[in-house]
Design a protein around this ligand. Structure first.
Ligand code: PAF
Length: 288
């Protein structure tokens, strides 16, 4: 089936109405475009679990706190359409800023998700998760999908969206999809396109560092000194670490030795690219 692209909410709603009238389940993959294999993994999961897959491409100004980051964000619509079609997506919703924010961004009602939006990327990018939560709420209301698919690479974003959906009783099933990596372990991201050849060769060290933290913690090493040493090593290798944190997986509060399921999360600049990654893991305890 060929991909249909629409830019108005009215056309989107008509498509969803027809699908639901036929009794088809709808899967939704929200994106900001510049699609890669990570996004296609979301589309593939959606295709397996739903009858019809809708994707959106919208570079959401509300979630950028740096104007040059917003301006430079890669926009590759034709290439994205080809990928979506190849992977069995039925409809692409690609609205303009005016379609998404008809009353202007300044007077848009804002969705703010407490606790889990604080710290980590929320600390480094003030207002970012309000922008994400607001646009995702609007998209959920526009699409009214049965299931929505998000990558686990954006671990904090996924936690924010899960809490928002629970707190606001939004009738959609949020599905987290495991991170896609290249052969060297680098998490796929649109921001990898900002890396030079040398930086691209160095970038997988970020995942290696996460694996080292997991091994050290599982062997019983102290949380703080493990993080400190790993952060130092990354900085020496040429990264500029924004944060390296060990959190409880369920709510991203700082990890304690009593927690069962942890996640180590990192954000680091390599050249002009801000890379993020994470690795969830169980905290094994020896019982004697
Ligand atoms: O992860 C993204 O691409 C964006 O944050 C999202 C979820 C599409 C909201 O703009």
């Amino acid at each position: 089936m060929s991909l249909l692209t629409v830019s108005s909410v009215a056309e989107l709603r008509e498509f969803v109405h027809q699908a639901k009238f036929k009794g088809l389940s709808v899967g939704f993959v929200p994106t900001m475009g510049n699609l890669h294999a990570g996004h296609m993994s979301l589309v593939k999961h959606a295709n397996k679990q739903c009858d019809v897959v809708i994707a959106s491409i919208f570079v959401n100004p509300l979630q950028f706190n740096d104007l040059s980051d917003l301006t430079n964000y890669p926009r590759t619509l034709e290439q994205d359409q080809a990928l979506l079609e190849e992977n069995g997506c039925s409809l692409l919703f690609a609205p303009t800023v005016d379609e998404m924010y008809p009353n202007g961004q300044g007077s848009q009602s804002i969705v703010s998700v407490p606790d889990v939006s604080m710290g980590l990327c929320g600390g480094a990018r003030p207002g970012h998760f309000d922008g994400v939560a607001t646009v995702v709420t609007k998209l959920f209301n526009m699409v009214q999908a049965d299931k929505a698919f998000f990558g686990e690479k954006d671990f904090q974003q996924l936690a924010v969206i899960r809490k928002m959906v629970a707190d606001l009783c939004i009738p959609v099933d949020v599905v987290g999809v495991p991170t896609e990596r290249n052969n060297e372990g680098l998490a796929l991201s649109s921001r990898n396109g900002y890396l030079s050849a040398n930086e691209l060769a160095l970038a997988p060290a970020i995942f290696k560092a996460l694996q080292d933290v997991v091994n050290a913690i599982q062997q019983g090493n102290d949380f703080d000194s493990t993080l400190e040493q790993t952060q130092q090593r990354l900085n020496q290798q040429g990264f500029k670490v924004d944060y390296l944190a060990l959190c409880r997986e369920s709510d991203l509060k700082p990890a304690t030795a009593e927690d069962d399921q942890l996640v180590v999360l990192v954000a680091a600049f390599l050249g002009s690219a801000r890379l993020i990654d994470n690795l969830p893991f169980p905290l094994n305890r020896t019982t004697d």
